[in-house]
Write a protein that binds this ligand. Structure first.
Ligand code: IMP
Length: 503
């Protein structure tokens, strides 16, 4: 006889938090969102603590190198997508690790034989007026000069004039080297009354530019997630097939954590992958595993030595796994079950294995619910895909800006390693869709607002830390009519673009 799980399986939208007593100490400024990324023994500290409980999904349309930098700047961690060659994934990891905060890669580089007209066009498109000139027109070519808006006057000069005739040439430029710290760059800029300082390598190739406005990057990003060498931290997705080749390259590139990316992780393949990593690297390497949706799955992966366990099957916004295969579980129910198992495991063994809630977060408050239900952090796809820093195009769809977002199991990504069950390597049917999500501006602004909302709700629950929230939170299931009650209802909205529910 099959096993029947008791009760129904629920999603986040079916829950609400009932506020608890809050004291005058419960204000957002006092709330810490620090949370463990990886397993630790009672009384010890985890090797990595995230400063905000967010990681970005291991997906082509979400986690490229720019996402890696942007999210680490805010205190979370990206997991660079694994559905690419091990070499290109490792190059993305290295890009993040080599990134020097404040040193910007130019997106408007010129060659000496371009015309003033082309310079004006480029300025119009990028909005940037400081343009380095390199021999091959790439951001890392040999530096030949710089053009700023002080070098030409469109109203008077010949628009066909060549860049070489009006740029400030290399010999007149003050530059920094790769060893120049931001503080020194800052001093050079002030001493020489500059607006920008190009940084060059030992062969006089451009590395990037430090702009006047970026000096205080560290001061304005107090939560940034840095390693012992003050480099941004970044994670990387791996699969259960080519780890012997991929893992060494990712570690060499500097990956701080790995995560097995699989749609269903209660399997021997995950054990074999973790065993291989332990045999070759011991416990130095942090590796998360998943995805599972129940206590049994959690315990299996915890016993295999996973550093964290990811929960969620079928709840992702681009996911059609439940429709195509009929597997999965409501995300809230799965999370609650797994977090209970994590707490029991901790009591029994003295080892805490953090739980990551992956997929199905639609509203910001779902994140607070996930934390209250026991999640240590959340993995988000759709949420991050909407920002400037995701690797996809911004497109205008019927007058509204959108970003592209596609599933790893879609025909577009063809990430067969995530979905196959061993044997012949192929994705035989789709488990995800290709879609648009509304463009949402910069990650910094979006994450800033979300974090503020989470902290405010935590204050309503009388909690100044995630741990306290998990102890104190009081959750209630809501009926379908009270879900309608929760939105604006029985009023006529003045803004006709907003939808409204009626009883
Ligand atoms: P979202 O935050 O709701 O958009 O969900 C993102 C999560 O969906 C990812 O972190 C993956 O766990 C999962 N996912 C990614 N691609 C697919 C797919 O094609 N089908 C099913 N699930 C997917």
């Amino acid at each position: 006889m099959a096993t029947f799980f008791e009760g129904e399986s629920h999603t986040f939208s079916e829950y609400l938090l009932v506020p608890g007593y809050s004291s005058s100490e419960n204000i957002p400024a006092n709330v810490s969102l620090k949370t463990p990324l990886c397993r630790f023994k009672k009384g010890e500290q985890p090797r990595i603590t995230l400063n905000i409980p967010m990681v970005s999904s291991i997906m082509q349309s979400v986690s490229g190198e720019r996402m890696g930098v942007a999210l680490a700047t805010e205190g979370g961690m990206s997991f660079i997508y694994g559905s690419q060659t091990p070499e290109s994934e490792a190059a993305m990891v290295k890009w993040v690790k080599d990134y020097k905060a404040g040193v910007v890669e130019s997106d408007s580089t010129l060659t000496p034989d371009m015309t003033m007209e082309q310079v004006m066009d480029l300025k119009e498109r990028t909005g940037h007026s400081t343009m380095p000139v390199t021999d091959d027109g790439t951001p890392h070519g040999k530096l030949l000069g710089i053009v700023t808006s002080r070098d030409y006057r469109p109203s008077r000069d010949d628009h066909q004039a060549k860049v070489a005739t009006f740029m400030t040439p290399r010999e007149e430029l003050v530059t920094g080297t790769k060893e120049t710290t931001l503080k020194v760059a800052n001093d050079i800029i002030w001493d020489n009354k500059l607006n920008a300082l190009p940084i060059v390598d030992e062969n006089d190739h451009l590395v990037g530019i430090v702009f006047r406005k970026d000096y205080d990057s560290h001061k304005s990003n107090p939560d940034e997630l840095l390693d012992a060498n003050k480099r941004y931290m970044v994670g990387a997705g791996i699969n259960t097939r080519d780890y012997a080749k991929r893992v060494p390259l990712l570690l060499e590139a500097g990956a701080d954590a790995l995560c097995i990316d699989s749609s269903e992780g209660f399997s021997e393949w995950q054990k074999l992958t973790i065993d291989w990593i332990r045999e070759n690297y011991g416990h130095d390497v942090i590796v998360g595993a998943g995805n599972v949706v129940d206590a049994e799955g959690f315990r299996y992966l915890a016993d295999c030595g996973a550093d964290f366990v990811k929960v969620g099957i079928g709840g992702g916004s681009i996911c059609i796994t439940r429709e195509t295969k009929g597997i999965g579980r409501g995300q809230a129910t799965a999370l609650i079950d797994v977090c209970r198992a994590r707490d029991e495991y901790y009591k029994e063994t003295g080892v805490y294995v953090p739980v990551c809630s992956d997929g199905g977060i639609v509203y910001d408050y779902h994140m607070t619910l996930a934390l209250a239900m026991g999640a240590d952090f959340m993995m988000l796809g759709r949420y991050f895909a909407r920002f400037d820093e995701s690797p996809t195009n911004r497109v205008n769809v019927n007058g509204q800006y959108m970003k592209e977002y596609w599933g790893e199991g879609s025909a577009r990504a063809r990430n067969w390693q995530r979905y196959d069950l061993g044997g012949a390597a192929k994705l035989s049917f789709e488990e995800g869709v290709d879609s648009y999500v509304p463009y949402a501006g910069s990650l910094k602004d979006g994450v800033g607002m979300t974090i503020y909302k989470i902290k405010s709700t935590m204050c309503n629950c009388g909690a100044n830390s995630i741990h306290e929230l998990q102890q104190k939170a009081r959750l209630t299931l809501v009926s379908s009519t009270s879900i309608v009650e929760g939105g604006a209802h029985d009023v006529v909205l003045k803004d006709h673009n907003q939808s409204v529910s009626y009883h």
